[in-house]
Design a binder for this molecule. Structure first.
Ligand code: DP6
Length: 333
């Protein structure tokens, strides 16, 4: 076993969203979710053994290799996860962690998903816990970032909730099954004002929460079938409907949670226009103002050109389905 391990783990975009928790500690989702793991939006995390009798150290790594101190709330979440992993492994040594994202953090781009997946994969390897996908998914979920439970797997992934609240996420189809693009239109890079955690807590107070739950079994089945058939025309409508319902539930919760910005609507209107011109592109959004546009590689350029032209769009990240986390020799320290 080496004294230092680096993992690169991707963000994921939910096609059917996890929104609402049955329990916070331990984290149990209210409902099943299905996501696509990305390839370019990644977190890179290095974990090293510091030895016993020391404190854990957590840094953010800059572009040029410098290590900066991390915000206190982030350090606390990371250290809590290190504690869980150490306990599981029966180890005592303090650890040093450095992490870097390839994309803006906390803007609804699932930076916790990729970050806690990378931390879990690297620390599990370093502490000798191994790399079984079921174990990694369970450990990543226990970080409190539910979507991290899906980011330890590549391709198209389903995370059970409801009747199987303990279950890890499982791969439905490998990345090679269908090369789908996710163009992420960034309309606001600032950290979101309301965390996903606060949104999950508020969700069941919405009068529309139960209505969404009733619709989910049919929607999940439609999404699974569209993925199996590689049919964007069948995947797009239930994916858009689910994102719209998540944000409607958020808006009608107490307290109301508003993730959208004016620029969000500009992108959604542009998607409608593209479709009216016969371009097959559909939108979804996680808990933030930025819009994910799903299309196939043949339409990617046309969609990108139309979206980059919008005044509301600060930049466009061209992502695609990806194969999941990997270990790397490019350590951050
Ligand atoms: C809207 O609690 O996993 O993205 O830890 O902030 O990444 P973070 O969020 P998490 O909730 C994710 C909610 C969602 C939908 C989803 O990814 O399923």
């Amino acid at each position: 076993m080496s004294e230092r391990v680096t993992a690169v783990a991707p963000a994921n975009i939910a096609l059917v969203k996890y929104w609402g928790m049955r329990s916070e500690e331990p984290l149990r989702p209210w409902n099943r979710s299905i996501s696509m793991t990305l390839s370019r939006s990644v977190s890179t995390t290095t974990v090293a053994l510091l030895g016993s009798g020391r404190e854990d150290e957590v840094f953010l790594a800059g572009e040029t290799g410098e290590l900066r101190s991390a915000p206190g709330a982030f350090v606390e979440r990371v250290v809590a996860q290190l504690r869980r992993l150490r306990q599981r492994a029966g180890r005592q040594e303090a650890l040093r962690v450095a992490t870097r994202n390839s994309f803006p953090a906390a803007a609804g781009l699932a930076s916790s998903a990729s970050g806690f997946a990378a931390l879990t994969v690297a620390a599990a390897e370093l502490l000798g816990l191994g790399s079984s996908p079921d174990l990694l998914s369970t450990l990543a979920r226990d970080s409190g970032s539910g979507s991290a439970a899906r980011s330890v797997l590549g391709g198209f992934v389903e995370w059970p909730g409801e009747e199987e609240p303990e279950s890890p996420a499982r791969q439905l189809f490998a990345a090679t099954h269908w090369e789908l693009c996710d163009l992420i239109a960034i309309v606001d890079e600032r950290p979101k004002a309301v965390s996903s955690r606060a949104g999950h807590r508020a969700a069941p107070s919405s009068p529309l929460f139960a209505a969404r739950q009733e619709r989910l079994p049919a929607r999940l089945a439609a999404v699974r079938e569209a993925l199996r058939a590689r049919s964007l025309a069948d995947l797009g409508p239930p994916t858009e409907a689910d994102a719209a319902e998540l944000h409607t539930v958020a808006l009608t919760a107490s307290p109301p949670v508003v993730y959208w910005r004016a620029g969000t609507l500009e992108v959604l209107r542009a998607v409608g226009e593209l479709r009216s011109r016969g371009v097959s592109v559909y939108w979804t959004m996680d808990a933030g103002p930025n819009v994910h546009l799903l299309c196939e590689p043949a339409q990617e350029e046309e969609v990108a050109v139309a979206i980059e032209r919008l005044s509301a769009v600060r930049r466009l990240i061209r992502d695609r389905v990806g194969t999941g986390p990997r270990l790397s020799e490019e350590h951050l320290f």
